[in-house]
Write a protein that binds this ligand. Structure first.
Ligand code: SF4
Ligand code: SF4
Length: 177
């Protein structure tokens, strides 16, 4: 990674930044019975950011990394992390820490932080609220963390690919409306 920090130090820093902030001042898990952590029959999980797998060595008993088709930067594999619906909170992946927000950027454009369309229908916040309704501290920390990711080539390329996926999901939604 093109950063002065090693991946371990980089993600340790981001994890710490997002350790004690939550989308709402209250425990939003009470609104949905922890829907985003609920294991279903479908294979569900979250993308790890490039190099983030270093945080899972050794892999905790509650987690697993799987292969998926999703790639970034012209074919680099993205790690897909699955859990058992419970985790050591201090080790939860970056994608879990920022949900229901997600970074969005087209190549050459500025970064935006938006509500994650992938959470619609499952997460009450992503379904019915706007970013402005979330805890300002949470939004601020997610924004800062994602700005740091945009400074690093690998994580920036990942955000570009993720944004293309979000566009595709949005487009599919339009086609079915
Ligand atoms: S699904 Fe949404 S409302 Fe429920 S715990 Fe996750 S982030 Fe909070
Ligand atoms: S790793 Fe933790 S926070 Fe993330 S989905 Fe699993 S139980 Fe929820």
């Amino acid at each position: 990674m093109k950063t002065k920090l090693t991946p371990k130090k980089f993600y340790t820093k981001l994890y710490k930044m997002l350790e004690n902030v939550t989308p709402l001042e209250i425990d939003c898990g009470q609104l949905c019975d922890g829907a985003c952590c609920t294991v279903t029959d479908e294979v569900t999980g979250m993308y790890l950011f490039p190099g983030e797998r270093v945080m899972y060595n050794p892999m905790p008993s509650w987690g697993e990394i799987q292969d998926i088709d999703f790639t970034y930067d012209g074919g680099k594999s993205v790690d897909f992390f699955t859990c058992e619906g419970k985790c050591d909170r201090s080790l939860r992946p970056l994608s879990c820490r920022i949900f229901p927000l997600v970074p969005y950027a087209k190549r050459g454009d500025k970064l935006s932080i938006i509500m994650d369309i992938r959470g619609r229908g499952m997460c009450p916040l992503a379904t019915a609220m706007k970013k402005e309704d979330l805890s300002p501290l949470f939004v601020e920390r997610v924004t800062k963390a994602m700005q740091l990711c945009m400074l690093n080539r690998e994580t920036r390329e990942f955000i570009y690919s993720l944004s293309e996926t979000i566009d595709e999901i949005e487009k599919m939604g339009e086609d079915f409306r």
